[in-house]
Design a binder for this molecule. Structure first.
Ligand SMILES: Cc1cc2nc3c(=O)[nH]c(=O)nc-3n(C[C@H](O)[C@H](O)[C@H](O)COP(=O)(O)OP(=O)(O)OC[C@H]3O[C@@H](n4cnc5c(N)ncnc54)[C@H](O)[C@@H]3O)c2cc1C
Length: 395
């Protein structure tokens, strides 16, 4: 009955078998058997029970038939079982035999990797470094978040954060290469991929896509090196998918030439914002632009959150979104703004500009079209998340 795939053994029974087989296999000679049938024969012979029966041609054929029916790739299962072979005389564990290549693996990898194979290869090599080993699972959330920030900096040191940015920010203007790197990191660790996406794709990407050259020159180089950890503060407690009706306001103060960023009620705070709870020093904040009581819709503003020592700036309140079902290496947080003042130039003004006298202008006259053009520039993030999900499924 155990050989019926519809009625497999429970996990306890299965792992009990694996332990027994590994235990018995310690007595086997150094060279592991080639397949499960050979392994069964050797173990049965060692145990002195039924060895003769199993080893007959008929017995072997029956075992091979069972393997075929179960769809088992026999050599792989043996390698897996032999993983815990005894330590050899020189102290080194016996390396598993090299798999027999029946096709050109390098040619296949180049084909699957596609046009960005160099960057994928670089990322794979980097992630094999022992510094990227998974940390102790007993770490607190904050300790784990700091490990992931350290990993992010290692990737930034290799220039991976700047791939999509202009050359003057140390980049290559290559969003395809950035997405390929993102997709490859997802084979390794999802906390790192999200941290990478928030810092370089969401925070840096929004400055790059929604801002103009003055913003790119001011922020992107430090963003790419993670000297300036940032956030993408769009979602609110009561407005996630419905971005158009966000409640945070950015009101123009003509006298001081500033925007006043404000959270109107306790329930309208920014929610789930990656990098906010611990590391972020600045954010792209999405808010309703208001001039003289007139609303012009949702726009993006650069708002500093913390000083260089990590102290929260006046008017900013930050909470921690807390322990999550997963992705606990990412510090998601909540943000409230109490009449926080930022200079007029902090409006990311690629699609709409406001003069010192409060005159609003935009090359896109329709408010709803402007809104969708703005959000459309962020679509790279959706492609990246889809690609990363594919990697996770493959891994
Ligand atoms: C771990 C994590 C990290 C995040 N990081 C960030 C971040 O860094 N920055 C940021 O700004 N946000 C972030 N978010 C917020 C995320 O973008 C929102 O959760 C998302 O936009 C959905 O909003 P919501 O949770 O309010 O769900 P809702 O908008 O309330 O949606 C709830 C459900 O209703 C469905 N729904 C909504 N509207 C419609 C409709 N019109 N028709 C049919 N179905 C609909 C949705 O598909 C969903 O299934 C993060 C969220 C999580 C969980």
């Amino acid at each position: 009955a155990w050989l019926n795939p519809q009625n497999p053994p429970d996990a306890t029974t299965y792992f009990g078998w694996v332990r027994s087989i590994r235990e018995a296999a310690r007595e086997l000679p150094e060279t592991p058997p080639a397949d499960l049938t050979a392994l069964s024969c050797e173990l049965a012979e060692m145990a002195g029970r039924d060895g003769g029966i199993v080893a007959t041609a008929e017995g072997k054929r029956a075992l091979h038939d069972i393997e075929d029916a179960l769809g088992i790739v026999s050599a792989e299962v043996v390698r897996d079982l032999m993983d815990e072979r005894p330590v050899g005389g020189d102290g080194a564990t016996t390396a598993p035999p090299e798999p027999v290549r029946t096709f050109d693996v390098d040619a296949m990898r180049a084909l699957v990797d596609g046009p960005h194979r160099d960057i994928r290869d670089r990322v794979r090599r980097l992630l094999r470094d022992p510094q990227f080993r998974r940390p102790d699972p007993q770490l607190t959330d904050d300790e784990y978040r700091d490990v992931v920030l350290g990993w992010l900096k290692l990737l930034a040191d290799q220039g991976l954060g700047a791939l999509a940015y202009p050359e003057y920010a140390g980049g290559q203007n290559d969003i395809g290469a950035f997405i390929a790197a993102f997709e490859t990191i997802a084979f390794h660790d999802l906390d790192l991929v999200v941290k990478f996406g928030v810092q370089f794709g969401l925070w840096g990407g929004s400055v790059n896509q929604l801002g103009t050259e003055k913003h790119r020159r001011k922020y992107l180089a430090d963003t790419a090196t993670v000297d300036l950890p940032g956030c993408f503060a769009m979602s609110e407690r009561r407005h996630g998918s419905n971005v158009r009706d966000l409640q945070t306001t950015a009101t123009f103060d003509r006298q001081s030439d500033e925007w006043v960023i404000h959270t109107p009620t306790e329930q309208d705070h920014k929610e789930w914002i990656g990098n906010a709870a611990r590391h972020g020093r600045i954010a792209t904040v999405f808010a309703q632009l208001v001039i003289d009581g007139e609303g012009y819709g949702v726009h993006a503003f650069v708002v500093p959150l913390r000083d260089e020592n990590g102290e929260t700036l006046p008017g900013i309140r930050i909470g921690d979104s807390g322990h999550k079902m997963g992705l606990n290496g990412v510090d998601n947080g909540r943000i409230w703004f109490d009449n926080v003042r930022i200079p007029r130039e902090n409006l990311l003004d690629r699609f709409a500009q406001v003069d010192a006298d409060g005159t609003y202008s935009s090359p896109i006259p329709s408010a709803s079209k402007r809104f969708f053009v703005m959000l459309g520039t962020l679509v790279g993030g959706r492609i990246a998340v889809g690609s990363a999900a594919n990697s996770t499924a493959k891994a």
